[in-house]
Design a protein around this ligand. Structure first.
Ligand code: MSP
Length: 649
């Protein structure tokens, strides 16, 4: 039986961040889980939402045309998803002619069935959300995102959404699985019960859109266009209706109200389920480009791997609710659950098999208690994963890890190993088999969440069949074959320390700069359409957070210091800021701080200052100090210990 699922298609005016990667990770997880469940084929569509005024303006600001701009951005999404190991089947771009054709086809079906009419609209419009906004005065902030609204008056084609109030309420009533979680379904019921206004589904003020098959210049409203991508991606493949649309809670209304209404009007089957997850928060707010608080997945993947990030997001946050991301919490979970938990179980089990049984899985049925614990673990995890309650599933798997750890400690195989009696050796076989079989089941279960690490453990166990082919039938106790030779042993999750955070933060700064370049931020500023350079700011002028984050302040530690010959005030120092080699920094602090007072001292460095030469020495950074009128400089420092390289924000 087929299973067809989708991620939202992403706006291309922002690069992927942890928030957008979240929907994509979970979709990849569900795809792998559904395959284990036996669905075939399991097909996943993702893509890029390319039309809209917002994109038209972004392309213009970057000094290019919308198609060239969106092609570059779609490529960025594709390469990021590859880096994160996302196993999707289709990447649909809304600029694809096949999609254009599907949109027109669906519109014509709605029109033929009498659900389209021509009318006029004047009101407030939020460009950022691409939505009309009721109950605000033009220019007021949008109640959803806070950006200013614009007034638009348009003669448009309307979709008779009002005709679908009753059918939608019936749908929610008869099919409680259609919108999940339940509290989101209740929100949709309340929304539809208030009554539905007809929806304007064409625009005349935009060039960059799909032309509607009507007289005059009309392009489709971006949401009418975007939702249909779920169908156009799999046109003629016998996969419709979708089994699951995975989305964030902010776009639920479009999926749970507009989309089924469009499909009903066109007389087409409805998707089976729309699941709305919560938001990834960072610094107490929804992570988003407009708030400027995004964290990019690439640098995290470079340092801890995609699996650790996936595990963190799925274990830490109850799927469906909001949850926070921080580098600290990520490293803590990694060390506690992955390095000390699963990773440690894998290495101790495999090492003991190597040591006591020459690397061969012993012949034993294993401990009946552990077998029963494994059976219960599978039962609960299965229920949890089927309900998309991944954090509960993972919690259950990790409780099982604790059970086995305790079992190993109680049975003390290191003592049994020294006892040559038949009884002791049989007991040792039982302990080793139980631990290895538990590890096999755990790697199969963790595969949808952490595909690479699970595969790694699977191979170390010497399993022959690829982990990708595992089904639920393989999760039964006792499937691990006696006599199987284990593979070579290597740590799956090496422990991490605070320097991992410094590395991720450093890479994040580089990645941000790379993406700014890619998105044409610099080009736009330098281009002919750019505003003239702003006059120097008055001393009291406020700067935005974006201005502040341009200054890269880091904790450094002075490695060596000496006076600069012929310059009383200057010290020539080597300062370690967590990079491959210490930086040379020349600072005018010698009158207040002799060289010997500086060695070993932690200081605050401006790390992204252009280099400059002082007395023939190239200085690569500046030390931050209070400059007292007529007095000596006083270095900035910390009362608590801080790691070298940490960023100040
Ligand atoms: N283009 C529309 C979707 C059209 S689907 C036919 C869109 N794009 S988006 O890029 O803004 O968002 C895509 C998805 O990312 C949405 O599901 C949104 O909820 C999700 N997220 C964006 N920021 C998020 C967080 N900070 N946290 C979790 N998910 C968030 O909307």
């Amino acid at each position: 039986m087929k299973y067809y699922l989708t991620t939202p298609i992403y706006y291309v005016n922002a690069a992927p961040h942890l928030g957008t990667a979240y929907s994509t990770f979970v979709a990849d997880l569900i795809k792998r889980f559904k395959k284990m469940e036996g669905y075939d084929p399991v097909v996943l569509t993702t893509g890029s939402d390319e039309h809209s005024l917002k994109v038209e303006r972004a392309a213009e600001a970057a000094g290019t045309n919308p198609l060239a701009y969106t092609t570059k951005m779609a490529a960025e999404f594709i390469s990021q998803w590859a880096k994160l190991g996302i196993d999707y089947d289709h990447f649909i771009r809304t600029s694809d002619p096949k999609h254009h054709e599907t949109v027109r086809w669906l519109f014509e079906r709605c029109e033929k069935n009498g659900y389209i009419y021509k009318g006029s609209y004047t009101g407030a419009y939020c460009v950022s959300d691409e939505a009309y906004v009721n109950d605000v005065n033009p220019g007021d902030p949008c109640p959803t995102c806070g950006n200013p609204t614009e007034t638009v008056t348009e003669e448009n084609y309307f979709f008779k959404l009002s005709a679908f109030q009753k059918p939608l309420l019936e749908l929610f009533e008869k099919n409680p699985e259609f919108v999940k979680p339940d509290h989101r379904r209740n929100e949709m019921i309340a929304f539809v019960q208030q009554g539905l206004n007809d929806l304007s589904i064409t625009r005349t003020n935009i060039q960059w859109g799909i032309p509607a098959p009507v007289e005059g210049h009309h392009v489709f409203y971006v949401w009418f266009d975007a939702l249909i991508s779920y169908m156009s991606a799999v046109k003629d493949q016998d996969l419709w209706p979708a089994d699951l649309h995975l989305i964030g809670k902010d776009i639920l209304r479009f999926h749970a109200v507009y989309w089924p209404a469009f499909l009903m009007a066109a007389d087409l089957p409805l998707p089976k389920k729309v699941f709305a997850h919560g938001w990834i928060l960072h610094e107490d707010n929804k992570m988003s480009k407009s708030r400027g608080n995004v964290v990019r997945p690439g640098p995290i993947v470079d340092v801890v791997g995609a699996d650790a990030l996936r595990y963190f997001l799925l274990r830490e946050i109850t799927f469906g609710q909001d949850g926070s991301f921080s580098y600290d919490a990520l490293i803590q979970r990694y060390n506690a659950d992955l390095a000390n938990g699963l990773g440690n179980l894998a290495s101790r089990t495999l090492t003991m098999i190597h040591q006591y049984r020459n690397g061969l899985i012993p012949n034993s049925a294993g401990s009946p208690d552990i077998a029963e614990a494994a059976r219960r673990t599978t039962e609960i995890t299965m229920d949890a994963f089927c309900e998309f309650n991944f954090s509960r599933g993972l919690e259950t798997l990790w409780s099982f890890i604790s059970v086995i750890d305790k079992f190993i400690v109680e049975r003390a195989p290191w003592k049994l190993g020294k006892d040559t009696s038949e009884f002791a050796q049989k007991m040792l076989d039982e302990v080793l088999y139980s631990a290895a079989e538990a590890l096999r089941i755990l790697s199969a279960w963790t595969y949808p969440v952490m595909p690479n690490s699970a595969r790694n453990i699977w191979i170390q166990l010497g399993m022959k069949a690829p982990i990708e082919s595992v089904t639920f039938a393989d999760l039964h106790w006792g499937k691990l074959a006696a006599g199987q030779k284990i593979g070579s042993i290597a740590a799956v999750f090496p422990r991490l320390d605070a320097s991992a955070i410094v590395k991720m933060e450093n890479l994040e700064v580089q990645e941000k700069a790379r993406q700014a370049e890619l998105f044409g931020v610099h080009k736009a500023a330098a281009g002919p359409a750019a505003a003239p350079e702003a006059p120097a700011l008055a001393e009291s002028a406020k700067i935005s957070i974006d201005d502040f984050v341009k200054v890269e302040l880091r904790v450094g530690q002075v490695v060596s210091a000496e006076r600069v010959k012929g310059a009383d005030k200057l010290l020539h120092m080597q300062v370690d800021i967590g990079e491959a080699a210490p930086r040379t920094i020349v600072a005018g602090i010698a009158e207040a701080y002799p060289p010997e007072a500086m060695v070993g001292r932690k200081v605050v460095i401006v790390a992204n200052l252009a280099p400059r030469k002082l007395r023939g020495i190239e200085s690569n950074g500046m030390i931050v100090a209070a400059s007292l009128e007529g007095g000596k400089p006083v270095l900035a420092g910390f009362l608590e210990d801080v790691p070298v390289g940490a960023r100040l924000k």
